[in-house]
Structures are given as C-alpha cells and as structure tokens.
Design a protein around this ligand. Structure first.
Ligand code: HEC
Length: 141
C-alpha cells in the first residue's frame, strides 16, 4: 500500500483515539459527532447463557440510547462499559431501579433516563449480567 496513504490512516487513527481517550475530557465530546460511540468496547469471546439472553434484551430496549455493546452515544446516553458503572459503584440493583423508575441525570449532562417499560426483574438481571461480562472483558470489575 502507498506509504502516504498508510501514514494518513495512522494519523486519523491517532486523532480518533485521542478524542475517545482524551484524559480528563468532558464526557460529552464536542469533537465526536452526535450519536458516535464514546468508548471502544471489546466483546468477550463467549457470553454465558444468561448474558446472551441479556444481550437480546439490551439490544431491544437499551441500545437505542446506550449504543451498540453499551459503548455510549455522544449526546444521547453514556457508555455502561465505564468505570462509573463498575459493580461496586452501581450494583445490579441500580439497573433494576434505572429500568423501573428511570434515572435523574447526575453523572453526566445527557439529561434524564426515562423508565423502560415491558421488562421483568429477571429480564433486567439478565441485561445486567451481560453488561458485567462485557465490563469484565474491558477491565472494569
Ligand atoms: C431514552 C434513552 C435511554 C434508554 C432507552 C435507556 N437509558 Fe439508561 N441512561 C440514560 C441516560 C441519559 C443515563 C445517564 C443519567 C445520568 O446522567 O446519570 C442513563 C443511565 C443509566 C444507568 C445508571 C443509573 C445510575 O444509577 O446512575 C443504568 C444502570 C442504565 N442507564 C441502564 C439502562 C438499561 C439497562 C436500559 C435498558 C433496559 C437503559 N438504561 C435504557 C438513557 C437511556
């Protein structure tokens, strides 16, 4: 491949990495387009059966805000694959409450999360299990 093109691609990759991982940056990155993933998420090679069910629930009810693989969407909702949401800080009970009652905005500037209807506690526990397994793969536990 053409060396100029290669170094151009490299520069773009560095610039993108800087935007995503910029130390101490505002979580709502003005440098990212609306709806862009806010973190890079590595998926585990395998998910437990419970997490696989949870992933389907997440994709149906949560991903439209929290993004594919819970990587966040700039200007919409935060990544759940984030240190803020490690189990010690946000237990699975926080997931149940979030789905049931919604969330009053406090960690970010996205605004409130509305309650998500149509999920049983078991559905939400499966979703939490999915998030935990992906968090773990990304060094958050
Ligand atoms: C309409 C958009 C939207 C949808 C749909 C949504 N969320 Fe959220 N969620 C948000 C926003 C925005 C926040 C950040 C609130 C804040 O500033 O702390 C949030 C925060 C959270 C939190 C953190 C709660 C806390 O105590 O701080 C959890 C957990 C969560 N969401 C889980 C879910 C799950 C699970 C689903 C699907 C069942 C879901 N969300 C669907 C927008 C959404």
């Amino acid at each position: 491949m053409n060396i100029k093109l290669l170094s151009g691609v490299g520069l773009v990759a560095i610039a993108l990495a800087y935007m995503v991982f910029k130390p101490g940056g505002d979580p709502v990155e003005t440098s990212l387009v609306q709806g862009a993933a806010m973190v890079t998420v590595t998926l585990p090679a395998t998910l437990s059966e419970q997490a696989q069910i949870g992933k389907r629930g997440f994709d149906a009810k949560c991903a439209q805000c929290h993004g594919d693989n819970a990587s966040g969407q700039n200007g919409v909702a935060p990544p759940l694959i984030h240190k803020i949401y490690e189990p010690n800080h946000h237990s699975d009970a926080a997931f149940l409450l979030a789905a049931k009652n919604g969330v009053r905005s406090h960690h970010w500037t996205f605004g409130n999360m509305p309650p998500v209807p149509g999920l049983t506690d078991a559905d939400v526990r499966n979703i939490a299990r999915y998030i935990r397994e992906v968090q773990k793969e990304n060094g958050i536990f």
